[in-house]
Design a protein around this ligand. Structure first.
Ligand code: PEP
Ligand code: MN
Length: 341
């Protein structure tokens, strides 16, 4: 249930509502909007009629039920869009934030040269994997802490905030010391122990959609983060498993648009993992921009043919420049057929 306070509600009236929500057996999550405060009562097993009765409390504008199971992530709970600040870069404020960098951090030279190039071409954030989720145990698994140190060094040298994937609760503290944002990879979207741990950190989380997860499951995974106290969550559509084998995954742009409709959280699109094909990155990035996505995540490598992971879907530096230029080009307009009387 959502308890909407009216614009003139006093601090005491808001506190009274929070106390009553807790007495009724629910958790109270407070959103301070520009004009009014919203108190979301979440949890199960509470006394619902006591919440409904709060409609009569002083300072309350109304009490409404949220029908979505993802109570805090739902747009019903918070109509205004959330803006997530990642080391000074705002995701969700209407601009298209570009996160670029190699799939894996491989060496100092590789990361430095990529950071220099992508920054120069207009990227806002740098990505690079330190702990890699690989299908085969014989494939490159990432440089771990050494990669984290390189990411921090690059961040300091170029002033580009950095994002990297976390696979285990054990690595959360060390990753938080080195980077600005933690990515939950597709394979870990429903790793609930990891989500609970990330709910209590003070860094933003990039939550990728699982390869076989429905939009509802994805939003419920985000709910773990918000319910546990971390509101700085960005959703990332990265393709799902379908019968199609020509592309690595099927980039589900409809669900990216739907997630933005159903939730107030920013939604970004990853056309690299979403297609597995370098040639499709520019067209699908433009499509993502057209649907209103809040950002893009794109893999870039100085020499994709030598990449230790995801070479076929990585852009080289020229390709990335080309992509950034193509994003600035105007969209096509329809040819209007002249009307004859
Ligand atoms: C990645 O970002 O390199 C990655 C492994 O992504 P995903 O979890 O979407 O496969
Ligand atoms: Mn990758």
């Amino acid at each position: 249930m959502i308890i909407n306070m009216n614009e003139q509600a006093t601090k005491e009236q808001i506190q009274h509502v929070i106390d009553r929500v807790k007495e009724a057996g629910y958790q109270a999550h407070i959103t301070q909007g520009e004009e009014r405060t919203i108190v979301a009562a979440v949890g199960s097993g509470g006394r619902r009629h006591e919440l409904e009765a709060l409609a009569a409390a002083a300072g309350v504008a109304g009490v409404v039920a949220i029908s979505d199971p993802f109570k805090l992530v739902s747009r019903q709970a918070k109509p205004q869009r959330t803006v997530v600040n990642v080391g000074g870069v705002r995701i969700g404020d209407g601009s298209l934030v570009v996160i670029a960098g190699p799939c894996s951090v491989e060496s100092r030279e590789q990361l430095l040269s990529t950071a220099r190039e992508v920054k120069d071409a207009g990227a806002h954030l740098l990505r690079g994997g330190a702990y890699k989720p690989r299908t085969s145990p014989y494939e490159f698994q990432g440089l771990g802490v050494e990669a984290l140190r390189l990411l921090r060094e690059v961040r300091e040298e170029f002033g580009l905030p950095v994002v990297t994937e976390v696979m285990s609760t054990e690595d959360v503290d060390v990753i938080c010391e080195h980077v600005d944002m933690l990515q939950v990879g597709a394979r870990n979207m429903q790793n609930f122990a990891l989500l609970r741990r990330l709910a209590v950190i003070d860094k933003p989380v990039l939550l990728k959609r699982g390869p076989s997860a429905s939009v509802k499951e994805w939003l419920l995974a985000a709910e773990y983060l918000l319910a546990g106290g971390n509101r700085n969550v960005v959703l990332c559509e990265r393709g799902i498993k379908t019968f199609e084998t020509e592309t690595r995954n099927t980039l589900d742009l409809a669900s990216a648009a739907l997630a933005r409709e159903m939730s107030h959280l920013p939604v970004i699109v990853d056309p690299s993992h979403g297609t597995g094909r370098r040639s499709l990155i520019a067209p699908l990035s433009r499509a993502a921009a057209a649907l209103g996505a809040d950002g893009l995540l794109v893999e870039v490598h100085p020499c994709p043919e030598r990449a230790l992971s995801d070479g076929p879907q990585s852009l080289d530096f020229d390709g990335f420049r080309h992509l950034m230029k193509s994003l600035a080009e105007p969209m096509r307009s329809p040819v209007l057929v002249p009307q004859h009387a």
